[in-house]
Design a protein around this ligand. Structure first.
Ligand SMILES: Nc1ncnc2c1ncn2[C@@H]1O[C@H](COP(=O)(O)OP(=O)(O)OP(=O)(O)O)[C@@H](O)[C@H]1O
Ligand SMILES: [Mg+2]
Length: 192
């Protein structure tokens, strides 16, 4: 299984569009893809005409309730975004394990939900480096970050690199001192 996160600290750079196209392309090539929508704008979820705010990704962070895996097609499934995910993030702000909820959910539910059948998990993030984004970074093999041709777009690149390096130092196993952050970071030039 490969876990790939689309993230950028700048909005409107193409995270959702590229996540969608990449997942659809993988599915056309016979790969089983699970999308997880971590953006409370839920644009990726809405692309698949899902507007229901029940059993969403929010339950992963509340550590309660069901998380529904919507079967979109034979090769594409999706965990819907939650319009209140920003509020949920604030409720867990003071928990010491707040960056590990996705990691724990994946390992706790791997067998029960047969998550091993997905060759790719693709996460779409809100344009920030919030708790939900940190959770995604910690479980990822790769982060794909679109950058657009502008001064602010270029500066956002360094911002993300720095934030990931900070998280790498912070998110460690306290006994071995090894970091949970093992992801590679790639930038994609978009909208040129
Ligand atoms: N390569 C591209 N060429 C032309 N238009 C693009 C391209 N990539 C994205 N867009 C358009 O740019 C707009 C923003 O894209 P998108 O919603 O994917 O960005 P985002 O980074 O997910 O935004 P947000 O930060 O709000 O989540 C959309 O209208 C999308 O269709
Ligand atoms: Mg988006």
């Amino acid at each position: 299984m490969k876990i790939i996160t689309f993230s950028a600290i700048k909005g409107g750079v193409g995270k959702t569009t590229l996540a969608f196209n990449y997942g659809e392309w993988l599915a056309k090539n016979g790969k089983h893809v699970l999308f997880i929508d971590l953006d409370h704008q839920s644009n990726l979820t809405q692309t698949y005409n899902i507007y229901d705010n029940q059993d969403t990704v929010g339950n992963i962070f509340l550590d309660r309730g069901k998380v529904k895996i919507h079967e979109i097609s034979a090769y594409i499934s999706l965990i819907a975004g939650d319009m209140h995910l920003d509020d949920i993030e604030r409720t867990i702000e003071n928990k010491t394990n707040k960056n590990m909820f996705l990691y724990m959910w994946l390992s706790d539910n791997y067998e029960r939900l047969n998550l091993g059948k997905f060759e790719y998990i693709i996460l779409d993030c809100h344009p920030d480096f919030s708790t939900a984004t940190k959770n995604a970074v910690i479980i990822s093999n790769a982060i794909l970050s679109p950058i657009t041709p502008s001064e602010h777009g270029y500066n956002a690149k360094f911002n993300l690199e720095e934030r990931i390096n900070e998280l790498r130092k912070e998110a460690i196993d306290y006994s071995t001192r090894k970091s949970y952050v093992t992801t590679k970071l790639f930038f994609i030039a978009n909208m040129i």
